[in-house]
Write a new protein. Structure first.
Length: 138
């Protein structure tokens, strides 16, 4: 069995952003040489997320609006976590959107359903953060 590890690094320009990382994960899969197995993609920061969905800008705006409605950034003072910080909302948004995804690898390709893509969700951006890609298989 082969094992391959790669870290992807991001520094967003905005506090909240969704970035399609499918191509970077596919590149890691090519580098790994694995043809059959599993690919884990994991946000390594507690205010960021990795998830699978459609790459449609309206949907991403809907995600952002929905998350902001559930866990609004302002007023910062309304969160107990925000004593000396301002990112409690980002922790909650990450909890909703998820920490990681696992995708099957079949015939040296990510085995997606229709329209599925992998996204990095940033909820407390403008600083350097990483995503782990771990591939195992034959």
């Amino acid at each position: 069995m082969k094992s391959y590890t790669k870290e992807l690094w991001f520094q967003t320009q905005k506090r909240r952003e969704f970035i399609n990382i499918t191509e970077q994960v596919e590149e890691a899969l090519r580098e790994s040489g694995v043809r059959e197995g599993l690919c884990l993609v994991n946000a390594m920061h507690i205010t960021a997320s990795v998830f699978i969905n459609d790459d449609e800008p309206g949907l991403h705006r809907d995600f952002d609006d929905w998350l902001e409605g559930i866990a609004p950034h302002e007023p910062v003072g309304s969160y107990r976590h925000n004593v000396g910080e301002d990112n409690a909302d980002a922790h909650l948004k990450r909890q909703i959107m998820g920490r990681e995804v696992v995708v099957a690898i079949t015939g040296d390709r990510l085995h997606f359903g229709p329209w599925e893509q992998i996204f990095y969700g940033e909820f407390d951006g403008q600083r350097r953060k990483r995503v782990l890609v771990k591939i195992i298989g034959e």
